[in-house]
Write a protein that binds this ligand. Structure first.
Ligand code: ARG
Length: 703
């Protein structure tokens, strides 16, 4: 054996649960027995003394958690990084631990104020000394990890804790001798689990169940082949025995009431340095700038939340609050992420919120060539609905054809460089595509103080909207439709067959006839049932005037299809006088273009229905160009398709009786989208009535 192993402990004379700073302490204030605590601590002390030398730091009155010496600091070789406790309840322990480290010959490093790090509670050396696992998420900040790497000259692997019961890394993670790892995967986010799996071979991973985890089985002290812990299931003991570890159980129930057990009560102060290992950390940081009604619009909260939700961490460097209601605020925030990959994810979300780099950090976008038609380079930037610019040769270039889920292609034209949003299948060899998240920004209207979708959400979460609320939306939509029509603008409707079944056909027909609609998008069914209704008076076999099923009516729609097939197209059937009214009739008569996109369940289909979906998608996109408003009427499929092709700024009104559909659609929309949960036939009838009022202002006044 080389030099002896030493541990630091602190006797529990002043131990008690005096406050609540973790979920285990809740309901346990002054509930632990002093006498039992002393007995349990003594037992652990003797077990450990058998295997190693145990040093003691004197307990201090008023600092009950000082027994948990794991949180004194982190030791490697002759170096100690002193803890900076998150909670003031424990901050007073720092000077005592500092003194102990200094008196025992360690070089002590101290982190900047306000950068919490809780020592060996949140930082565990691989038992072979190959690297340091460091936790963050509750007590320690991610930004402390680069300091650990630098001061201890070791590779740091950052792991994010996500279950508040396992608030310190050592409550759910225990590296063992010979490269084994005892851990509870449920305590970590998926990125961290992935990292663990990359570094520890499957046969070396001992993943435990929740039942063992809540008994603090991972909070274990490992000395060679011995693993000391509060309690382990037979299963776990057997599992460990298979790989030659022997479990020693020693009850520590009194300390569990404070959220700690065996490992927390000890600090290993002999950790040999491996000379060939040097500092590295994957942690990246960048500073972003945001401007706008950051508070009123909730932008800053959203930005900070998304950083944390995606596994990063932040520090607000400065925040200049606009004083007047009209004045905007600006903020600079330092963002850190445990790896470049996570930083990219966080950054792509921040870009959507309008965050930009500091001018001195601005870089050109990274480009990579397309090497196969219809395929983007790995790591391509996925476009969103927001107006976007990319920086090329030091200049910001506006992206054309903005839409979501595309790639940004750069092409050289006689007029210079052009950036265009393209769907993957349209990419061509010879083009370059923006990759990574560098040199990309979205343009937000700083004047917008609206909370995105907040209104709609609160309104929809009520389940069904009140009648009054529907009326309000109808009034608004009618007014907008009128404005757009009068100024020669463009409105496109997506409609499902429910429009016809609910009696909305005649109203939609009127909208088309009166010039409110410049394009119609749907599937085979809307046209089939519309034609069934105008030629036979039924919709899916139901008599629309009497509301009852007609005998043999289910065949009607097939007859309708057959008739149109005989004529060759809807337009020809209209010309031949076979169709004399209805939605499709009005489209043909008023030269309103339509596109019917087919699907696997289509009967017929009608000769007009595009069964080539790639063609249908392009036709949809063409018809949507320049649209100011889209009315989405009871069709989830076609509305989502349309939503994907539409940039921010286009007003979307989504009407469906199913709140889930409305939520789903409004969710992907921008500030301008509105959801209405109601019967679509009723909605259209109210809309037409409202437009009538607008047409004759006198009647409106008299009413
Ligand atoms: N009550 C203490 C706290 O919340 C318990 C510390 C447990 N220590 C540990 N290394 N997990 O800080």
């Amino acid at each position: 054996m080389s030099s002896p192993i030493r541990f630091l402990m602190c006797s529990p004379e002043h131990y008690d649960v005096d406050y609540v700073i973790n979920p285990w302490m809740e309901g346990n204030i002054h509930k632990s027995s002093q006498q039992r605590a002393v007995e349990q601590w003594q037992k652990l002390y003797h077990v450990l003394k058998d295997k190693a030398i145990v040093d003691l730091v004197p307990p201090e009155k008023g600092w009950p958690d000082m027994v948990f010496t794991a949180n004194a600091g982190l030791v490697l070789g002759e170096t100690a990084v002193l803890s900076r406790f998150l909670h003031k309840e424990r901050q007073g322990e720092e000077p005592y631990f500092k003194k102990w480290f200094e008196n025992n010959g360690f070089t002590v490093h101290e982190l900047p104020q306000d950068l919490p790090f809780e020592g060996a509670g949140d930082a565990l050396l691989d038992r072979e000394g190959r690297w340091l696992w460091a936790g963050y998420g509750f007590r320690s900040e991610l930004d402390s990890h680069p300091y650990l790497a630098k001061w201890l000259d070791i590779e740091v692997l950052s792991l994010r804790l996500i279950d508040e019961r396992f608030y310190h890394l050592d409550t759910c993670f225990c590296p063992l001798a010979n490269g084994y790892l005892l851990y509870y995967p449920g305590a970590f986010d998926s990125y961290s689990n992935h990292l663990i799996e990359m570094r520890v071979a499957p046969e070396k991973r001992i993943a435990i169940k929740e039942a063992d985890a809540v008994n603090f089985a991972c909070n274990a002290v490992n000395v060679e082949s011995i693993v000391i812990m509060n309690k382990a299931s037979d299963n776990l003991k057997a599992r460990l025995a298979e790989v030659n570890f022997q479990v020693i159980e020693t009850p520590l129930t009194e300390f569990l009431k404070a959220g700690g057990a065996a490992k927390c009560l000890t600090l290993r102060v002999t950790e040999p340095v491996r000379e060939e290992i040097h500092a590295t950390t994957q942690v990246e940081s960048r500073v972003i700038r945001m401007e706008g009604h950051l508070l009123d619009s909730g932008l800053i909260n959203r930005a900070l939340d998304l950083i944390v939700d995606n596994g990063g961490s932040f520090k607000v460097l400065n925040f200049h609050l606009g004083e007047q209601r009209q004045s905007t605020s600006d903020a600079q925030v330092s963002v850190s992420a445990p790896s470049h990959e996570v930083m990219e994810t966080i950054f792509s979300h921040l870009i959507d919120l309008g965050a930009v780099n500091l001018p001195e950090d601005e870089r050109d976008a990274k480009l990579q060539p397309v090497t196969q038609n219809g395929v983007a380079p790995d790591d391509f930037y996925v476009s969103t609905i927001y107006p976007t610019e990319v920086r090329i040769n030091g200049k910001w270039v506006k992206v054309q054809n903005q839409r979501m889920d595309g790639a940004i292609a750069i092409t050289q034209t006689p007029k210079g460089l052009v950036a265009t949003c393209k769907i993957l299948r349209d990419l061509e060899v010879g083009e370059e595509v923006v990759v990574d998240v560098q040199g990309i920004r979205t343009i937000r209207k700083t004047e917008s103080r609206e909370k995105r979708n907040a209104e709609e959400f609160s309104f929809m979460s009520a389940g069904v909207s009140s009648e009054r609320r529907v009326e309000l939306v109808v009034e608004q939509v009618a007014w907008e439709l009128r404005q757009i029509r009068d100024s020669g603008g463009k409105v496109v409707v997506t409609a499902g067959p429910v429009v016809i079944h609910t009696g909305g056909g005649e109203h939609l027909s009127r909208l088309i006839r009166e010039g409110y609609v410049q394009g119609l998008l749907g599937g085979n069914a809307i046209a089939v049932h519309d034609i069934e209704q105008s030629t036979m008076g039924t919709s899916l076999g139901v008599d629309m005037s009497r509301g009852i099923a007609v005998r043999g009516g289910h065949r009607h729609h097939l007859k309708a299809i057959n008739t149109i097939r005989a004529h060759g197209s809807i337009a020809k059937a209209v010309e031949a006088g076979v169709i004399t009214h209805g939605v499709m009739y009005e489209c043909v008569k008023n030269n309103v273009p339509f596109c019917l996109a087919g699907s696997i369940r289509d009967d017929g289909p009608l000769p007009d229905t595009r069964m080539d979906l790639i063609q249908a998608q392009s036709e949809y996109a063409k018809l949507l160009e320049g649209t100011e408003m889209i009315l989405m009427l009871s069709t989830m499929l076609h509305s989502i398709g349309v939503g994907n092709m539409t940039p921010a700024g286009v007003k979307m009104v989504c009407v469906d009786i199913n709140p889930a559909v409305v939520t789903k659609l409004s969710d992907r929309g921008s500030v301008e989208s509105v959801g209405v949960v109601t019967d679509v036939g009723l909605f259209l009838s109210l809309l037409v009535q409202q437009l009538d009022k607008l047409t004759s202002p006198y009647t409106a006044k008299m009413a």
